[in-house]
Design a protein around this ligand. Structure first.
Ligand SMILES: Cc1cc2nc3c(=O)[nH]c(=O)nc-3n(C[C@H](O)[C@H](O)[C@H](O)COP(=O)(O)OP(=O)(O)OC[C@H]3O[C@@H](n4cnc5c(N)ncnc54)[C@H](O)[C@@H]3O)c2cc1C
Ligand SMILES: Cc1ncc(C[n+]2csc(CCOP(=O)(O)OP(=O)(O)O)c2C)c(N)n1
Ligand SMILES: [Mg+2]
Length: 597
């Protein structure tokens, strides 16, 4: 996104001029202005890791007591924890890292947030302005490195710009299509003083004005299409959650009686236990969700971006000439991968509110006979029960059984579920029925192994009375396992549900299907003793090897409210995730079980 640096400079110059006239303005260091800005933005937690370039900032943190700094064990986890906090609360997540290696360690976290459009501000230390470009100690080109993975980034070269830049950073992060914003602060800028005349209360950027309200004419056209549809389908994604529009979505779906699906990022936007919900769609979606996508005649896409994991082979998807309506706040998301008929650029909450008002005003309703016929077809697909598995197995723990048991035990509880990346992530998405938004926290776009523990600890800090479970695999969990130490220091007792299949299971599954079972480097040998490892970090470890022990173990772990518990479930190493659409196939060309291999 382009925001002219001149705008920032001129605003800052005006600000400093007005400050010069105001002799009462106190002189503050850049680091102190940063703290004031974070306080003005109501920031309660910052996850970070210190180093030379940010020592003035850490000193300013030491002198205040409204913001809690959480010292993580690796910068990647600082960004993930702040990201998890943002996903669960809807607030901007804030992380702080030092220059050079602090920044490069944070890159994975920033890219993860960027791919899923998560509002974040990442403060990075930089070498002093005169040293920039001189291969200074711990120097790296943060603005250059992060440019492709941020919504925007700033290098603050003058302390007089500090307050203004931070105001803009928070505004950009949370408005429009949200995303991470990096603010790179050289050490001398955090040390230098300038008169401080308060945090700006308004932000104006000529070059950045995201549209909220959709075009009335387009919404009306969409309504006409929807009401005339014979086989309508509502496909919704992360945008509904990001835009806090779940109640509007539910209202619309209920009014129309249409079938509805969510992407991996949209789970919880529509209640999974409602019969109008067909389950997740896509590569590991249900038969009914994928078949409805392929066979509908009018598709309403709401805050979803037609990801390749969702539409499969675009040629196959295009075989059906359905009419597509697409609501998205980001014009660049529209017709990016799939050509749409009625684009509506706007905020999902505003647009759905208007659409609902128009439905209310209109006396027309979808033809009940066609809709009933469509539902009959869908129920036949649903009748195939594509998520059934060997439920009664008494010998080996089926991973699906662990997730289903967790769901049954916590469905009425105040619970958050994070996950890592792999088979376990898909089983969690398929078998845990999310009825509320912001309860399912995972990395969809970048698919970053290692997010599970940091996400969970970020959420637990903000929601101390909620139960937070991290469904993970023995591969992923080792990527940020050092954060068990942070969990102890900050008393964030989380419950780790590790589906330990001794394999990089998702890789093994692809090797089984596409590489004739040549399991090249996907077996996890020499795993640590996770029980002892958990204990070494001061937590509780449990080894669960038999199906009959699954439920008692989860019950026992939940009782240990104040302890972090690592549950090492030894699951079936040969289990695969079904349904599955192989790469290059159409979304209805699903493998339904091992008999299809
Ligand atoms: C192992 C693995 C397997 C996967 N398999 C699947 C699968 O089977 N099915 C699946 O669905 N995904 C799957 N994914 C996830 C997939 O890669 C994508 O992350 C996901 O499909 C994208 O979801 P989304 O379309 O909802 O987009 P998001 O990334 O959530 O994007 C949200 C969209 O909403 C828009 N938006 C944001 N805010 C607003 C607002 N206020 N108003 C309007 N619009 C807004 C944005 O501009 C954007 O276009 C898998 C990921 C992994 C790692
Ligand atoms: C950082 C990172 N490296 C590699 C991958 C590729 N990858 C996707 S799933 C997976 C295996 C995950 O193994 P595990 O955590 O044990 O989960 P399982 O699939 O066995 O449930 C790998 C290596 C990734 N997504 N992220
Ligand atoms: Mg595994």
């Amino acid at each position: 996104m382009e925001i002219s640096k001149a705008e920032i400079t001129s605003a800052a110059a005006a600000a400093s001029a007005s400050a010069a006239h105001n002799s009462n303005s106190p002189e503050l260091r850049g680091a102190e202005i940063l703290v004031k800005a974070l306080q003005a933005e109501n920031v309660k937690y910052v996850w970070g890791y210190p180093g030379g370039a940010v020592l003035h900032i850490y000193d300013a943190f030491y002198k205040q007591d409204t913001i809690q700094h959480v010292l993580v064990r690796h910068e990647q986890a600082a960004v993930h924890a702040a990201d998890g906090y943002a996903r669960a609360t809807g607030d901007v997540g804030v992380a702080l890292v030092t220059s050079g290696p602090g920044v490069t360690n944070a890159v994975t976290g920033i890219a993860t947030a960027y791919m899923d459009s998560i509002p974040m501000v990442i403060i990075t230390g930089q070498v002093p302005v005169p040293a920039i470009g001189l291969d200074a100690f711990q120097e790296c080109d943060t603005v250059g490195i992060t440019r492709p993975i941020v919504k925007h980034n700033f290098l603050v070269k003058d302390v007089r710009h500090m307050a203004d830049v931070l105001k803009k950073a928070f505004h950009i992060a949370r408005s429009g299509r949200p995303g991470p914003v990096v603010v790179d602060i050289p050490k001398d800028v955090s040390f230098n003083k300038t008169p401080y005349h308060g945090y700006p209360d308004k932000v104006e950027m000529r070059s950045y004005n995201p549209v909220r309200k959709g075009h009335g004419g387009q919404i009306r056209k969409a309504l006409q299409l929807l009401l005339a549809a014979k086989r309508p389908y509502i496909y919704t994604g992360g945008g509904v959650i990001l835009g806090n529009a779940t109640s509007e979505l539910r209202h619309l779906v209920d009014m129309l009686g249409f079938p509805c699906t969510n992407t991996l990022m949209g789970l919880g936007a529509y209640p999974a236990t409602d019969p109008k919900f067909l389950g997740m769609l896509g590569m590991h979606g249900t038969i009914e969700a994928n078949n409805a996508m392929q066979n509908c005649d009018v598709l309403l896409a709401v805050g979803a971006r037609f990801d390749d994991r969702v539409i499969g082979n675009p040629k196959h998807f295009a075989q059906n000439e359905r009419k597509i309506i697409h609501i998205d706040i980001d014009p660049s998301s529209i017709s990016k991968r799939v050509k749409v008929d009625i684009p509506i650029v706007g905020d999902v909450k505003d647009v759905l509110t208007e659409l609902i008002a128009m439905v209310n005003e209109s006396s027309a309703r979808p033809d009940p006979a066609s809709l009933a016929e469509w539902w009959k077809t869908i129920e036949a697909w649903r009748g195939k029960e594509c998520l059934k598995y060997d439920r009664g197995n008494k010998d080996v723990i089926k991973p699906q059984h662990v997730v289903e048991t967790l769901y049954e035990m916590t469905k009425d509880a105040d619970a958050y579920i994070t996950s890592d990346v792999g088979q376990h992530q898909m089983w969690a998405a398929q078998y845990y029925k999310f009825n509320e938004p912001r309860r399912w926290i995972n990395s969809g776009g970048l698919g970053t192994m290692g997010v599970g523990i940091p996400y969970a600890m970020g959420i637990k800090l903000a929601k101390p009375d909620s139960e937070v479970f991290c469904v993970t695999g023995e591969g992923s969990v080792q990527m940020c396992i050092q954060e068990l130490s942070t969990c102890l220091q900050y008393n964030t007792p989380i419950k780790i549900v590790s589906l330990n299949n001794r394999y990089l299971g998702m890789v093994r599954q692809w090797q089984e299907i596409d590489y004739e079972g040549r399991y090249s480097s996907s077996y996890m040998d020499a795993l640590p003793n996770f029980v002892k490892l958990a204990e070494a970090y001061g937590h509780v470890g449990m080894l669960i090897e038999h199906p009959k022990d699954v439920e008692p173990a989860l019950r026992e772990a939940r009782k240990l409210k104040d302890r972090t518990v690592f549950m090492d479930f030894r699951t079936d190493p040969t289990e695969n995730v079904f349904p599955m659409v192989k790469a290059g196939k159409g979304i209805t060309e699903m493998l339904l079980g091992s008999e299809d291999l």
